[in-house]
Design a protein around this ligand. Structure first.
Ligand SMILES: C[S@@+](CC[C@H](N)C(=O)[O-])C[C@H]1O[C@@H](n2cnc3c(N)ncnc32)[C@H](O)[C@@H]1O
Length: 194
């Protein structure tokens, strides 16, 4: 089986892990939205063995996710579920945490809005949603690099970098508990279900 490789995952996984170690400390069952290559899933599941890590993405990415899981022999990862906002129903899982990295700006605006409206309805009170990626603050880019990246996203027909304030308006049933600045002008947004 063939494993796809992402250099950005390799760069950002350690700083993200340091935050997940805090915010997922009391969690048990995590759903990852948009697992991509599967690299993050393997790294976080190995490093946080108290968690069951449920992966998801469109079918095209399942081969790589399974290959990473198999090669690293990680026991606390669940095989990927086919799940994309706007296309698939919410998976039937009993979860208390959700993680997603670098998906919000790839999703179309309506898909990102749907995600912010839906996640809390599938988590218990006190459940945590950790959302990593580039975000704008008060309608402003946080770097020239993010501005150029957003231009590239528009040319590639992706949804684009979203404002944290816009996400907060869309969020139903959860509050932004922490806005953690991360390397390379990214944030980890930590949402807690009310
Ligand atoms: C840039 S990749 C990031 C993958 C991985 N999370 C990472 O950090 O390397 C964007 C991911 O978002 C997923 N994605 C795009 N639109 C989505 C949607 N509507 N619902 C769920 N995931 C989506 C893609 O399938 C892809 O895996």
């Amino acid at each position: 089986m063939s494993k796809d490789f992402s250099t950005s995952c390799e760069r950002n996984q350690q700083p993200i892990l340091e935050q997940l170690s805090i915010y997922f400390k009391d969690s048990k069952q995590v759903l990852e939205i948009g697992s991509g290559t599967g690299q993050h899933a393997v790294f976080f599941a190995q490093s946080l063995p108290h968690l069951i890590w449920n992966t998801s993405d469109m079918l095209d990415n399942h081969k790589s996710i399974k290959a990473w899981k198999q090669d690293e022999e990680v026991k606390n990862i669940v095989d990927p579920i086919e799940f994309h906002f706007g296309k698939n129903d919410w998976p039937d899982l009993d979860i208390d945490a959700i993680f997603t990295a670098n998906t919000t700006h790839i999703m179309q605006r309506e898909e990102a809005k749907l995600m912010m409206e839906m996640v809390a309805t599938h988590l218990p009170s006190g459940g945590v949603f950790c959302q990593y990626g580039p975000f704008n603050v008060n309608g402003e880019y946080t770097s020239d690099g993010n501005r150029s990246f957003d231009q590239h996203l528009a040319e590639s027909d992706c949804g684009g970098i979203r404002d944290i304030e816009e996400l907060t308006e869309w969020a139903i049933g959860m509050q932004l508990a922490y806005k953690v600045p991360m390397p390379a002008n990214n944030f980890l947004l930590v949402w807690r279900v009310i």
